[in-house]
Design a protein. Structure first.
Length: 378
């Protein structure tokens, strides 16, 4: 029977005490225990001998120990099917999809995967403390919007997910996958929110150009559309300022990528259908919170507002000689029917999500056709 150093010292001290060679106070001090505890272990030593210094559970199998079969099943499931999922997501999938006879705790699953070298221990970095801004009390006061470029699809180039969420509840109100972050993608997300819920009060975004940052400081078509709808556009000065939508992206980059892979989705069209039909409702049911007030700040859209016209990309252009417009490397020949030329006059070119292009001059739409330089207009 092998004894540890601590156990051997305990046996020696108790033996000396029982042999009369050591006073009980000196024995208590040597073992650093109370008199009551010393009497208890002396009594156990008299009854069971050296066996009493061993823990009572020695050589017993813990009642909560998982079987080797279940252990291998968990390892194989993570390695073959659920690789890349975070631990909480993986445990949810085990409970949701596979009928295991026993679902272990988070720490047990983590230790199993760590010992199998399927995951690596994460080192938490110290972060600068920032006060958390209190949520608005009603739905429909503030909507946070942002785009995240990431490898959302397996073995694909990065795509952009444009996401809008309510500040009061953390609900995802709209989301859309596109190849890059575009004005039309943001407009479509906001348009669907207004069509479903009504107009809100504040659109909170970052300083990206589509929201009026950088070279577009002071103007963007997105901000122009918001002002037409009496929605206040605000640009945050740091990612931490719009922390809720940033944290939502962190969750989605951990979970949504795995959900897309498990459902064998590898393009924007299928992913957008999956978001609308399945995932947004599932995300909101799991992560959204109840607002402080049950009242809503959404307002019905006025019947006079045409969202199809509001959510357009509008660009001012000066008419060139010969009634020619130049835009995006293309030339348009205007057919306006005015008695006077529009040379050096400013017109407005509107582009629509469906690809249509229309030209307006003081609110009147002008006809046009494509024109190639060097080719006679006749």
């Amino acid at each position: 029977m092998n004894l540890t150093t601590k156990q051997q010292i305990r046996v020696d001290i108790i033996s000396k005490y029982l042999g009369g060679g050591l006073h009980y106070e000196d024995a208590c001090n040597a073992l650093e225990i109370s008199e009551r505890q010393f009497r208890r272990i002396v009594k156990a030593f008299r009854e069971d001998g050296i066996q009493s210094v061993f823990h009572g559970n020695k050589k017993r199998t813990p009642c909560n120990k998982i079987s080797s079969g279940l252990r291998f099943k968990i390892i194989n499931l993570y390695r073959d099917r659920y690789f890349g999922l975070n631990l909480v997501h993986f445990i949810e999938k085990l409970k949701e999809c596979d009928e295991l006879e026993k679902i272990s705790s988070y720490s047990t699953i983590r230790n199993i995967l760590l010992s199998s070298c399927l995951i690596s221990p994460q080192v938490k970095r110290s972060r600068k403390s920032r006060p958390m801004r209190k949520r608005y009390e009603k739905e429909g006061i503030m909507v946070q919007i942002d785009g995240s470029h990431h490898r959302w699809f397996s073995h694909k180039l990065p795509h952009c997910l444009t996401l809008a969420m309510d500040d009061a509840t953390g609900k995802i109100l709209g989301a859309k996958f596109t190849k890059t972050e575009t004005t039309f993608a943001s407009m479509e997300v906001v348009k669907k929110i207004i069509e479903k819920h009504g107009t809100f009060q504040i659109l909170y975004s970052d300083n990206a150009g589509i929201y009026g940052g950088g070279k577009r400081s002071g103007f963007s078509n997105m901000n122009r559309a918001m002002r037409e709808l009496d929605i206040i556009p605000i640009q945050a000065n740091s990612p931490q300022a719009k922390g809720r939508v940033e944290r939502a992206f962190r969750t989605l980059q951990s979970r949504l990528i795995s959900e897309l892979r498990l459902n064998k989705i590898e393009n924007c069209e299928e992913a957008n259908r999956f978001l609308e039909d399945v995932y947004i409702d599932k995300f909101n049911a799991q992560f959204a919170v109840e607002p402080e007030s049950k009242e809503t700040a959404y307002k019905p859209l006025s019947g006079k507002v045409d969202l199809n016209e509001t959510f357009t990309v509008r660009t001012p252009r000066v008419v060139q000689s010969g009634e020619i417009l130049s835009i995006d490397g293309n030339y348009l020949l205007l057919d306006h029917g005015f008695s006077e030329s529009l040379f050096k006059k400013q017109v407005e070119v509107r582009k629509y999500p469906n690809g249509d292009t229309r030209v307006f001059y003081h609110g009147k739409e002008l006809e046009w056709k494509h024109y190639e330089r060097g080719v006679s207009a006749a």
